[in-house]
Design a protein around this ligand. Sequence first.
Ligand SMILES: [Zn+2]
Length: 574
Amino acid sequence: MPKTPVSILLPLPRGLKITLISEGLDGVLVHVTSVRRQAKCPLCQAPSRHIHSRYCRTPADQPCVGRPLRLLLNVRKFFCKVVDCPRKVFTERLPELVEPSSRLTIRLRSALQQVGFTCGGKGGERLATALGMGVSDTTVLWSVQLEQAPTTATDQVRVVGIDDWSWRRGQSYGTIIVDLERRRVLDLLPDRSVEAISTWLAAHPCIEVVSRDRGANYVEGATKGAPQATQVADRWHLYKNLGDTVESFLVRARVRLADETPLLSAEQGGEALAAVLSSSSTPATLSTSPVRSFVPLPRPAISTKPLRLEQSKARAQRKWQLHQQVHSLRSQGLSLHQVVKEVGLARNTVRKYARQPVPAVPPEPTLRPRRASVLDSYEEYLLRRWNEGCRNGALLFGEIRAQGYTGGKTVVKDYIRYLRKHHPSQTISSRPRQQRSASASPRELRWLLARQREDLDEEQQSRLNRLLAGSTEVQQIHALLQNFHVILRHKQHERLDCWLEQAQKSGIPEMRSFALGIRRDYEAVKAAILLPWSQGQTEGQVNKLKTLKRAMFGRAGFPLLRQRMLQSNSLPAG
Ligand SMILES: [Zn+2]
């Protein structure tokens, strides 16, 4: 058939002819007639020329310049004359254009699949409508589900990373399996049971390396399903677990950095005050009588509101009880998974509790640094006025408001009440609140200890030195932490045994239990030091999965999520 301008714009399979193009209510209508002489019976495959009747199908096709396009397909029914064929009448098939009883052409369907894979149901519906495809999100989702998930030639997979992802946060988890060499998602499993993981791995006997986190299910699943493979513990989790260990030591031992500026003696306090006063721009109101300077203990840099303290204590108490409960359930032989279900905590928390020994008494609440306050920039002025003898909150509020203070009166009054309570009739050296509240939290100290010395600036170095000078235990934990990092960074697996011994001998309970955990997973940790594989790639894919899951508005079930995730392998990254 020679190509006409119309057949260039709207290509159709051989034997179909466009007879008319018209405008319908909702777009373009293309009338198409089948002119094939014969059709094959779908059952016996025998060709037939005996027309039974004609009828019209109206599948939607790809849009025409942004307008919906519908085909009016004039097709026929044929008689099958083969004597022993049970089918007496059959409809003409157009396998290149549209499937039997489908309301979309094959090319529209596959365009919708691409839209669905990229945008999900609702997003796909919006995009498809804007492009003139005019279909519902159900059609988009349905199109996606019709597509077979592409599978990788799994006999080539050598190195896999396994991790979990949360299906419903804290409630149910699935498993993701990534080909670390080809950076592709291999599969999603609907749970993270030992059975599911070992079955999947057993079906891929070519796997040589399994990189996994240190969750018991994955250890067991990998051991059962891929006994031939080397297991690699996750380096990132090693760093993190050790960091957590250090932090829990800092919290328990109540390690704090000595205050930033040394306390002033009384005389120095007086000088400092004089310096503040002389640098002030409004010296006129100064009382010249000698002030008996008194330097109080600095106001604590932590939040000390009674209610807050009560809340923190109650929280610590609750955590402590849960910690005990986890240990008692574990000692009854429950698996981590069962404990998670029983106590209703996140899996990682339960794992953490199971590893750490329960303290004999409830731990003191973690102290939180005070937050910045609107009062900070006026504190110096308020202290000066206090030292001049002004004790009137309302008056002081008026004064600093004139200077631009935008906060409330209560804040000022509370502050004056605080001064009255703790420093009655005394003058106070002015040490800016900002400076005091800079005192570091356990988390900040953890990072100070973890970083390499050459990465610290001068001030950080001096803070580190002061921190280390505080106690030998801190020195010990700093050395252990730094050495472990060196072992990981420089692949010095031969130093691991020595390190473990030191950690166990350190007398720091948190370090001892970390070392015990390493011993339990010794081979995999050693492999983590030696081999280049890590979970970084897997974590990246989990993030991609989270984005996809969110974009689907909880509409789709596991099969669709799996489809989209596997399909996304073939889409350009980004
Ligand atoms: Zn037949």
